[in-house]
Design a protein around this ligand. Structure first.
Ligand SMILES: [Fe+2]
Length: 209
């Protein structure tokens, strides 16, 4: 189970314990990454991810037919995202280490523009998005980039690869291109199911009624 960030609202120990309690009955391995509402050190202590001293939480996992590479797009203390030279350098070498493994890159801030200014102001800066695209361009095994943060299912493209943002498991973003500020709605929450069919990554979006 991949949790693409903002597991908590205020990054308290109680919130993360609640997340663990809610997910425990599923019995699935958890792959978590930080969002703007999370705290790297708390994710480290509650979920055992890298990032002991508040360093970026980045790691990769071999899931059999798919390799998951987790990227940290957070800028601690702020809501918009960022990717710096160190994080992208790590991604480049991590991808170079397994060129034959179909790969899904997961992060919190999506590397696409929504066309809704208040959301795009909270996304990844243009330059960081372009730099990420240059890294992905060099690694044909990257099948898709998946992210959270925008509370809505959106697809786009980066370096010829698909970009997908998944719905929130909480409230959803209202689609309105002339928004002055973010608006959330009570539309159905949902999640994505990724599967590999005939060697290709296929993703279903499943609403929760
Ligand atoms: Fe977020």
């Amino acid at each position: 189970m991949l949790l693409s960030g903002d597991l908590a609202d205020h990054a308290t120990d109680e919130e993360y314990e609640q997340v663990r309690d809610l997910l425990a009955p599923l019995g699935a391995p958890l792959y978590v990454l930080p969002g703007n509402h999370d705290d790297r050190c708390a994710l480290h202590s509650h979920f055992g991810v890298p990032g002991r001293d508040g360093e970026p939480v980045q790691y990769s996992v071999d899931l059999g037919p798919l390799r998951l590479v987790v990227l940290d797009t957070t800028r601690p203390g702020e809501d918009p995202g960022a990717l710096d030279r160190d994080r992208l350098g790590w991604l480049d070498s991590e991808l170079a280490a397994a060129p034959g493994a179909p790969t899904l890159i997961a992060m919190h801030h999506p590397p696409l523009l929504t066309g809704m200014a208040p959301w795009d102001d909270l996304g990844l800066p243009d330059a960081d998005r372009r730099d990420l695209g240059e890294v992905v361009e060099r690694h044909p095994q990257v099948r898709r980039l998946v992210a959270g943060h925008f509370h809505r299912t959106i697809t786009g493209e980066l370096a010829g690869r698909g970009v997908l943002t998944v719905p929130s498991t909480y409230v959803q973003a209202r689609l309105e291109f002339t928004l002055q500020k973010i608006e959330l709605t009570a539309d159905l929450p949902g999640f994505a199911v990724h599967t590999v069919v005939d060697g290709e990554l296929v993703t279903h979006i499943e609403p929760v009624h």
